[in-house]
Design a protein. Structure first.
Length: 367
């Protein structure tokens, strides 16, 4: 029996994650602030909702068109960056179709979100569930997380820390331990029980966070039943990780210049867009403060992926703890990774045994 299999049972009963693979809460990180081009979406919508009718005739209609055009420009930028980074052509076309729909839309997209929610957006031509979610997030928060990542300026911790009841340290834990990137993901985690498991979040703080999110996201309908997201198998995630690292090492990937920890604005960060079944993946080396402190900017790989249940993320690292020392694992899913390597080892063992038992062709010929 191998060392991996001997340690499997003990690993399954160890409910704690390897402390060496879980970044601790950071005392702070450089603040990027909100990019100027992302400010004002909510403000414009508020101006529209108040209906400043003191202006010239048609000014309200211009507000609506301008807001739609601003959203369309962001969707078009996503399409351009995806295309420049060799992203999936279908996604490029989908974002461009959605941008064109918004340019032609006589109603305000913000008004549709406020009154009808995401289902109202999905009724528009060329806008599916994922795009509707992105547009709603942009309307209510002024941010489009995917656009920030494509630009190399993502700072999920800053966004999470802006929620009352969540400081910088807690935001770092939520981002690293639960992989939460957006306010919608935070809201989902608040309702499916994951937030309650985080040290420091009691019932009162959880209630305050939930109330704040409900107000900030401007829910226009009862919170939909939380669906348990079908996570991709660790084998699939590790395969994308393998593809990313191999292509990065060979220089086959496009490079982007991250905004954080990059004073010279060098384009050093490789980015991969890949597809596995219905899921679209985007992979990058981690560019967090902790990754730099630990010297892991060429080891920790962050994968963003989406499917029918929205966008998620995970981090793949090289384990520093037995029995998985030296093997690539998905942080937070160590037991599943152990199963994966056990199964892989079991599948290859009979082949190796048969090769040892079978006489070589040269030996057989000599007899």
């Amino acid at each position: 029996m191998s060392a991996i299999r001997r340690r499997k049972t003990a690993m399954e009963h160890d409910a704690t994650t390897d402390p060496s693979t879980r970044p601790p809460a950071m005392a702070g990180s450089p603040s990027l602030g909100v990019p100027p081009e992302n400010r004002g979406v909510v403000l414009s919508e508020r101006s529209e909702s108040k209906g400043d009718r003191s202006g010239p005739p048609g000014s309200l209609g211009r507000l609506r068109r301008n807001l739609n055009l601003r959203i369309a420009r962001r969707l078009e930028e996503v399409a351009q960056l995806l295309e420049a980074q060799a992203g999936n052509l279908y996604r490029v076309q989908a974002y461009r179709r959605a941008a064109e729909t918004l340019r032609r839309l006589p109603r305000s997209a913000a008004e549709i979100v406020r009154r009808e929610g995401e289902p109202g957006l999905r009724r528009l031509p060329g806008i599916g569930e994922s795009l509707a979610r992105s547009i709603a997030t942009l309307v209510f928060t002024g941010k489009l997380p995917m656009l920030h990542r494509l630009r190399g300026e993502s700072d999920a911790e800053l966004l999470l820390a802006s929620v009352p009841g969540i400081g910088k340290a807690l935001a770092a834990r939520l981002h690293h331990d639960l992989g939460i990137e957006t306010l919608e993901e935070l809201e989902t985690a608040a309702h499916d029980g994951r937030l309650r498991k985080i040290a420091g979040i009691g019932y009162k703080r959880l209630a305050a966070i939930t109330d704040s999110l409900s107000a900030r996201l401007g829910r226009v309908r009862p919170l939909r039943a939380i669906r348990k997201t079908a996570e991709p198998a660790v084998a699939e995630i590790l395969d994308v990780d393998r593809e990313y690292r191999e292509k990065s090492a060979s220089g086959a990937l496009r490079m982007i210049a991250p905004r954080r920890f990059n004073p010279n604005h060098d384009a050093w960060l490789p980015i991969l867009h890949a597809v596995r079944g219905e899921r679209h993946y985007m992979a990058l080396f981690s560019n967090t403060a902790h990754a730099h402190q630990m010297g892991k900017t060429r080891d920790w790989v962050v994968l963003y992926y989406d499917g029918r249940d929205g966008e998620r993320q995970c981090t793949v690292i090289t384990s520093q703890r037995d029995p998985l020392t030296g093997k690539r694992i998905v942080r937070g899913r160590e037991v599943e990774c152990l199963d994966y390597y056990c199964d892989t080892e079991s599948a290859s063992a009979p082949v190796a045994e048969n090769r040892e038992r079978e006489p070589s062709l040269d030996h057989a010929a000599s007899r």
